[in-house]
Design a protein around this ligand. Structure first.
Ligand code: ACM
Ligand code: ZN
Length: 621
């Protein structure tokens, strides 16, 4: 056992919650690097040694998947096999026992107890047990890194999430990602106790879901001319005779497989079927549902403003959409169905006689109210089917549909307005949750991104409940979500690089009590999680070194001080213009230059990953 475990019970504070329970808030130590940080953890100096023959026992058939998951993880860590066994009794036996206890208050809650004899994970539901397994996996991984996987500290964790909606989104329209990558992405959610995968299946540049009644949606809508070599916003539209060869889609069988894969990991897949805009791909397949009704190709790149939208004056548009949504609901058990609703340019609605007639017949004020009419009609349809419509915050314009939930993205105002009207909201503001934005100020050394800048710390600092809300209104904030728009992400590796580690920070935002958040502590715990990701071949951004100006002029001498934004890893640097490598000198202290010098530096993690090389040019004048 590693030295340094002294008998300390780290109780930071006791909080009374409605006089019933007491939550112990423990300081999360570097020794137990859990992410997201649990609600409470108590640790003792005692230890438990996993026996050579470890058995996972579970007391409920629905826990079989968690048992398999932990078995696989243990084998992955040790190359050793573990047995699992189903006990019909209430209390499972075994080295590691999984138990269901309905007395636990929080639906997704669990406890993880390691005592001198065994390990017990207790969940209110199988979902809670799965989260307990994630925590135990992180602990096992940390012990392995520390050199002794089998000796575990005795501890007791009581844990449950702060928010119901802990989401990560993926745009598969701008670039298509195959089924295997989507599963890997779901694995990433599971590793961080995220529970909602928002699957953006429809956008201008590709329709990605097979709809049996309308095969042209994928025969035509899933394919675009290949201009991947040109900048996103400078791609010519499809010319007559040009073949559309770039794209892809998911068959309904593949979708069922992915939804089932996610469900095993307690992740709900919320499909997004955009309307009335961001649907050029659908209109390419079915121009009859647009106002202009003229053939268009699937755009191979950026479209702005988005004027080719569904005609709101044509009843057949709604029948078409209802048919599509009916097939979607067959595939996705999710309570929420996302219908987009963002960024519709109403130019064609202003020109279209059918749309204008609709405005007149329905006594609508303007095109904003026509959008509201559109969404209300879909809301009614989904509500009748027992589902809940969720849409981007533009669905507030012209009046919010009766049962709608709002996804607040242009800021927090949409969420505030929705909550004020007693509607639910999910927060995903561009200021903190857009993981297609740059994560470094050193843009020129980063892969091309859409713009903006959202640092890891900025995401971590996000507080999903806006201060202006009353206690009652705050209950309408379901949670938060990170969005991955993929105009500039062509590969799964690149998606992972943009998502991580910001999604890890967001996972703590949506899980850990606000009082338990601590950025410095998070950074200390991050190293274990990044090593875990590396061991699973998952990619992530490593920050560049701070303190190097692009070009600096100096007289006599100049002091160079490099800064590692992380409390782990080492800065390696060169002063001869060559690229730093793992064997370059380690930066330990500030140094002085007295002549023209090119300093190059990068952060190297112990696991072999490194950040991008930053170059500082020093010129003596
Ligand atoms: C969005 O980013 N257009 C929702
Ligand atoms: Zn129209």
């Amino acid at each position: 056992m590693k030295s340094g475990y002294t008998y300390i019970i780290l109780l930071m504070s006791f909080m009374a919650v409605e006089g019933i329970t007491q939550i112990m808030q423990a300081q999360i130590t570097k020794d137990i690097p859990l992410i997201p940080a649990p609600v409470s953890m108590v640790k003792s100096a005692e230890t438990f040694t996993l026996p050579a023959k470890t058995v996972i026992g579970y007391s409920h058939k629905d826990l079989a998947f968690s048992a398999e998951y932990l078995k696989d993880f243990y084998t992955f860590l040790t190359s050793k096999r573990v047995q699992s066994k189903y006990y019909k009794k209430e209390r499972a036996k075994g080295t590691i026992a999984f138990v269901i206890d309905p007395a636990i208050q929080q639906d997704e809650g669990y406890s993880l107890k390691i005592d001198k004899k065994h390990i017990v994970i207790t969940g209110k539901s199988p979902q809670g047990v799965f989260y307990g397994v994630q925590s135990l996996s992180q602990i096992l991984f940390a012990q392995k890194r520390a050199g002794d996987l089998r000796t575990l500290p005795c501890l007791e964790i009581t844990d449950y999430p702060r928010f119901l909606w802990r989401g990560l989104h993926l745009d598969v329209s701008r670039h298509f990602f195959d089924k295997e990558f989507v599963k890997k992405y779901i694995d990433i959610l599971a590793l961080h106790k995220l529970n909602t995968f928002h699957w953006h299946l429809v956008d201008d540049q590709g329709w990605r879901i097979e709809i049996k009644k309308y095969p042209r949606l994928t025969e035509v809508g899933a394919w675009r001319v290949d201009h991947e070599g040109l900048p996103w916003n400078e791609r010519p539209v499809q010319q007559p005779g040009e073949r559309a060869t770039y794209g892809g889609f998911y068959t309904q069988e593949e979708i069922k497989d992915i939804v089932a894969y996610a469900a095993q990991r307690f992740i709900t897949v919320v499909p997004e079927i955009e309307m009335p805009a961001h649907v050029s791909s659908a209109i390419a397949a079915h121009p009859e549902y647009s106002c202009r009704q003229v053939p268009i190709g699937v755009p191979p790149g950026g479209v702005w403003p988005i004027t080719d939208i569904y005609c709101a004056g044509n009843d057949s548009t709604f029948l078409f959409l209802e048919d599509i949504l009916s097939e979607v609901m067959e595939l996705f058990p999710s309570k929420y169905i996302h219908i987009g609703g963002d960024e519709a340019d109403k130019t064609e609605w202003r020109r279209c006689p059918k749309c204008q007639k609709r405005i007149k017949d329905e006594q609508l004020m303007d095109e904003n109210e026509l959008q509201s009419y559109f969404i209300r009609r879909i809301d009614k349809f989904l509500t009748e089917k027992g589902r809940i419509l969720i849409g981007w915050d533009e669905i507030l314009e012209g009046g919010l549909a009766e049962n709608a939930t709002v996804m607040s993205w242009r800021g927090t105002e949409g969420g505030i307005a929705a909550a004020g009207m007693h509607h639910n909201a999910v927060m995903t503001p561009v200021t903190h949750c857009y993981f297609d934005y740059y994560q470094s100020l050193d843009r020129h050394i980063e892969p091309l991104a859409i713009g903006g800048f959202i640092s890891l710390e900025k995401t971590y600092s996000y507080e999903p409940v806006p201060e202006v809300l009353t206690g009652e209104e705050a209950k309408h904030i379901l949670g938060a979500q990170g969005n991955l728009w993929t105009e500039y992400m062509l590969s799964g590796n690149h998606v992972e690089y943009m998502a991580l580690p910001r999604a890890i920070a967001l996972a703590e935002v949506v899980w850990t009590p606000a009082t338990g958040k601590d950025y410095a502590g998070f950074l200390t715990r991050l190293e274990n999680q990044l090593d875990l990701l590396t061991s699973k071949d998952i990619h992530y951004y490593v920050p560049s070194v701070e303190g190097l100006p692009d070009t600096t002029h100096f007289k006599d001498t100049i002091r160079v001080e490099l800064v590692n934004p992380y409390p782990f890893g080492e800065i390696k640097y060169t002063t001869d213009g060559s690229e730093p490598t793992a064997t370059s000198p380690i930066y330990r202290n500030p140094f002085y230059l007295n002549r023209d010098t090119v300093v190059k530096a990068a952060l190297f993690l112990k696991n072999g990953c490194s950040g991008r090389v930053k170059t500082g040019i020093y010129r003596k004048i």
